[in-house]
Design a protein around this ligand. Structure first.
Ligand code: ZN
Ligand code: ZN
Length: 359
């Protein structure tokens, strides 16, 4: 593009050669129009051998801004942002905030406005609101400029024209569509309207998230309580054991009455209790092939295979199968020498329901 009297012109729109009267929009030096060739698109080159690197970009940018000012319209990009709030359940609530692409007719178009240390390629005004337009004409990323624009309290868009070919630029219709009407080559750098929609979406979502969190909390509390109740309730097995134990204690008492070997109400001395324990150990050797079930409470030995202790009233005692040596008669005095078993027996089972047969 060449500039003449502040107007951007294509090479085929002007006279050939230096007579075009155009200057480079970047370096302001004279241009030569080459529009007589048949194999190439018409183009400008610098009159001096030494060209400049910014001429093409600056030409496209100025031509684009000129179009916006001439036509007084501009397509704005759509805006879409997904707003989500994480819930305690691990899920999230989601709302889409945004608006469609729309073509605006600005009240005013200002070209190349300096804002602090940044140049707006165009500044559009519409109903008291400003819109900054940046035209991107090279592949260079403009992170820093965008960051500065995002920090400004004004909406801004970037129109990306850097992919246009020379043929696209020379074609007035294609170029005009690219600058004014193509919603796909422009993006919001900052959209105040979009930000307001996002903020509103959060305001709308928060009560919903709070409600869902409360519901989840309620359900979770109920779930934990139900689980705790289930854990506290005795299982079928436990119930069966308790019932069996009650029956067992009744049988012990019946047997005690029938045989006159009841132990309830009788306080044993250590020696007496020791004698009872030893007698059941001998019984195991004598009658049960050296096997017996020792009670972890009273320490007396019940017949092997017993489910509950035959003698005490403990409902938590466990029976442990043990083997008793045929030598017991010979070794028992050795065993008794420092034996804590009778003391433990008195501690865990002060009285017995049923007493072993002492012969
Ligand atoms: Zn130049
Ligand atoms: Zn016992």
């Amino acid at each position: 593009m060449g500039e003449r009297d502040g107007i951007m012109l294509r090479a085929y729109e002007v006279e050939n050669g230096l007579r075009c009267g155009c200057i480079c929009p970047a370096c302001r030096r004279p241009l030569v129009a080459a529009n007589q060739g048949e194999k190439r698109l018409p183009y400008f080159r610098h009159a001096e051998l030494e060209g400049c690197s910014g001429g093409r970009s600056e030409g496209i940018r100025r031509a684009a801004v000129q179009l916006i000012a001439q036509h007084q319209r501009l397509q704005l990009p759509s805006f879409a942002e997904r707003v989500s709030i994480f819930l305690k359940s691990g899920r999230s609530v989601i709302r889409d905030a945004g608006f469609d692409a729309v073509s605006i007719v600005p009240d005013k178009v200002e070209r190349f406005v300096d804002l602090d240390d940044l140049r707006a390629h165009a500044r559009l005004s519409l109903q008291g609101h400003n819109l900054i337009v940046r035209i991107k004409c090279s592949s260079r990323q403009e992170h820093e400029r965008k960051r500065r624009l995002q920090a400004m309290d004004v909406s801004s868009i970037e129109i990306d024209l850097h992919r246009l070919s020379d043929a696209d630029i020379n074609d007035e219709t294609v170029f005009q569509h690219a600058v004014l009407d193509n919603p796909l080559n422009r993006t919001w750098i900052r959209s105040l309207k979009g930000e307001a929609l996002v903020a509103r979406a959060y305001v709308e979502l928060e009560p919903e998230a709070a409600r869902l969190n409360a519901e989840w909390q309620q359900a979770e509390t109920e779930r934990i309580e139900t689980a705790a109740l289930a854990a506290a309730r005795p299982s079928e097995q436990q119930r069966e054991r308790i019932e069996a134990l009650v029956l067992h204690h009744e049988a012990q008492r019946a047997l005690a009455r029938a045989t006159g070997r009841g132990g309830e109400g009788i306080e044993h001395t250590r020696t007496q209790r020791e004698a009872l324990i030893v007698s059941t150990m001998f019984q195991a050797v004598r009658e049960w092939d050296g096997l017996g079930a020792e009670c972890s409470g009273c320490r007396l030995v019940s017949p092997p295979g017993s489910r509950f202790c035959h003698y005490c009233a403990s409902d938590t005692a466990q029976l442990r199968e043990r083997r008793y040596s045929p030598d017991l008669e010979r070794t028992i005095d050795q065993v008794k020498r420092c034996w804590s078993t009778p003391d433990e027996s008195l501690l865990w089972a002060r009285q017995l329901i049923f007493l072993p047969d002492m012969g």
